[in-house]
Design a protein around this ligand. Structure first.
Ligand code: ZN
Length: 137
């Protein structure tokens, strides 16, 4: 397993980490398999979505903010109750296929760390499982 470190700069932000993950996949030498990603935080998450038009990120953050505003009356009084709920909605793990030594993502897809209580330095745990055909050799 490896740990990626991701610096965020705002309270709410989607950070494209596709290239960072792609580099780790390339260094692993695995040609076919699965790349597992896990975010060990409760106010950040991870997702796959469009990385071509940057306004998609803005829309996602604006609408999550509208659905779950930070200034409602919450039971959790640390001031980040909204961030916990947003993290639940996007989820904290992903699995992405590896084909020909690269992440097999859709044309418009990228991997995003979803920050909801930044700025902070976040961790992403990454592990690669080779396919059975690759390990059988
Ligand atoms: Zn909290």
């Amino acid at each position: 397993m490896t740990e990626l470190s991701v610096r965020t700069n705002r309270r709410e932000e989607l950070v494209d980490i596709t290239e960072q993950v792609q580099r780790f996949v390339a260094q692993s030498g695995v040609k076919e398999g699965v790349c597992w990603l896990f975010v060990p935080h409760t106010t950040a998450g991870i997702t796959v979505n469009e990385n071509a038009d940057p306004s998609v990120k803005v829309d996602i953050l604006e609408q999550l903010h509208r659905l779950i505003p930070p200034d409602l009356r919450y039971h959790h009084t640390e001031g980040n109750a909204d961030a916990h709920i947003k993290a639940v909605l996007v989820g904290n793990s992903l699995s992405v296929p590896i084909v020909n030594g690269r992440l097999r993502l859709g044309t418009w897809q990228g991997i995003f760390l979803c920050e909801f209580d930044g700025p902070r330095t976040r961790r992403v745990w990454v592990q690669i499982t080779p396919s059975i055909s690759e390990t059988a050799g």
